[in-house]
Ligand binder design. Structure first.
Ligand code: GAP
Length: 485
């Protein structure tokens, strides 16, 4: 497992190399809100594009939408978010700090593990799971007290009672104060899909089973917002709702559970850094649920959730909107009769784009040291980002800023731009420029030197093994396109 020190280095690196900045930093930032810089935005887009392609272009029966962030307030009443989207919280009366109960207990269990008290940690988590499943708050408080769990700030166990805290942000719509209605910033993108189920099904003449995919911002007033971009108040989700015939949902659930893990591996996440975690306490809408967890520098944590959501959401929307959410299935059942009208069941896949970004950055960040031929030590920090995700695919570097080399380099850059993101740099020694590209994660560097003027060849350097070869200028585009396919 990577460690917390390494995590602090990753955070610092993300800032230094234009990946992620604290939001409104000149005003000292805003807790749990982050901005993506010039390299971060491109990496994020590349991850999103891979997901979008795999969910829409590469599927026969999944289409995309882009619903608005603001939705009618009844949406959130129907979905259960107004009544149920809350976490059990506990306050420390001395420090006034508020904690999510499960995070507080999990943090203590992690400490026990680090001390080698694995059995105790496991027993504590099992007890917590069973009490959370019963919403037994007095017993949960007793569990915290009997385990001597204290506040990290005050160091005391002077805890309040446990109570529920709703995570949705509210705002007003309408210009006249007093007449304005309260609406919510969406806490998940999924509801934008449910309320458009009939629109898409009818206009797209979609036949069950089919899916609707969407990427977009979601907002949650997270109480314990920590661990960098792992848990943010404004974040991006990539969700897909797959509408199926009732009774087939658990087969489709198994299908998507396997498919989604395979997809993470296909974008370059090592299989041994991923694992499944089946839910003990099912959400109010689910009859099966699993997380795909990734081993972040702070341990295995949820990356993606896959839920069999039954017909809960469509039924709820039908109830409150009084619009029929039914589908007519003219396929024949085993008795030769059409399945007829029903409210479809739904299997959902939901991954946090920012968490996936953090997974890619954490697995790519490497501090490397080696011995040179003369016996001295050399080192570098390199981001081994899979080439198809890297912000820039190629850096073009004229060896010197004269003798016509910049002109050749710029001509090459002009040709490459059509096909992939290219970076041009002529400042500093070539060694320093290579190191900078390693730190950004650019998989290839082409150096234009004096020999280029004679035979139209350039050196191309591979980020990962630092080997160099000479190839013809005409071969550059093809080589990079092969690498990022
Ligand atoms: N529609 C289902 C849903 O929203 P969820 O498990 O609450 O389920 C899905 O969220 C995914 O969204 C999570 O697996 C995680 O990757 C991401 N996510 C949730 N809350 C987040 C937060 N505060 N910051 C960053 N990502 C978050």
């Amino acid at each position: 497992m990577a460690n917390e020190n390494n995590f602090q280095d990753i955070i610092a690196h993300c800032k230094e190399y234009g990946y992620i900045f604290p939001s409104s930093e000149i005003y000292d930032g805003l807790s749990a809100v982050y901005d993506y810089g010039q390299n971060g935005v491109q990496l994020k887009k590349n991850i999103r594009d891979q997901w979008w392609k795999s969910m829409t272009q590469l599927q026969d029966n999944i289409v995309g939408i882009d619903a608005a962030i603001f939705m009618h307030p009844l949406t959130w009443k129907a979905s259960g978010h107004v009544d149920n989207f809350s976490d059990p919280m506990i306050d420390n009366k001395d420090s006034q700090k508020r904690y999510r109960v499960d995070h507080l207990i999990e943090g203590h269990a992690e400490k026990l593990e680090q001390e080698g008290r694995k059995e105790e940690a496991r027993a504590l988590l099992a007890k917590m799971d069973s009490l959370l499943a019963k919403d037994d708050f007095p017993a949960l408080k007793e569990l915290i007290l009997s385990n001597g769990i204290v506040c990290a700030v005050s160091g005391t166990a002077n805890w309040s009672d446990i109570r529920q805290f709703n995570l949705m942000f509210q705002t007003q719509i309408g210009s006249v104060s007093g007449e304005a209605d309260t609406i919510y910033l969406r806490p998940e993108t999924a509801q934008g899909i449910f309320v458009n189920f009939l629109n898409v099904q009818k206009t797209g003449r979609m036949k069950i089973p089919f899916g609707i995919a969407q990427t977009g911002k979601a907002f949650r007033n997270e109480i314990v917002a920590r661990q960098f971009i792992f848990r943010m108040r404004e974040f991006e989700q990539m969700e897909m709702q797959f509408f199926v015939r009732p009774g087939t949902e658990l087969d489709w659930y198994a299908h998507w559970k396997a498919e989604r893990k395979k997809w993470h591996e296909s974008i370059g996440i090592p299989a041994d850094k991923l694992r499944y975690h089946d839910h003990v306490k099912l959400a109010h809408y689910a009859n099966a649920a699993v997380d795909i967890e990734y081993e972040f520098p702070f341990g295995f944590k949820e990356l993606e959730g896959i839920h069999s959501r039954t017909d809960y959401d469509l039924k709820q929307h039908q109830g409150l909107s009084k619009k029929k959410m039914q589908y007519y299935d003219n396929d024949l059942d085993e008795n030769g009769k059409p399945y007829g009208n029903y409210i479809p069941y739904v299997v959902e896949t939901s991954v946090g784009l920012d968490r996936l970004f953090l997974a890619v950055v954490s697995m790519s960040y490497k501090e490397e040291k080696w011995q040179k031929e003369d016996g001295t030590e050399d080192s570098r920090v390199v981001m081994r980002i899979p080439p198809k995700l890297a912000p820039y695919k190629l850096a073009i570097l004229p060896l010197v800023k004269k003798d016509g080399l910049p002109e050749i380099a710029r001509d090459l850059m002009h040709e490459c731009k059509e096909f992939f993101h290219t970076f041009y740099e002529e400042k500093d020694s070539i060694g320093k420029r290579y190191r900078r590209m390693d730190a950004i994660g650019t998989p290839y560097c082409v150096t234009v030197d004096h020999q280029t003027k004679e035979d139209h060849t350039v050196t191309i350097r591979d980020r990962d093994n630092m080997t160099q070869e000479r190839i013809h200028l005409n071969e550059v585009i093809q080589k990079i396109r092969e690498a990022i396919k």
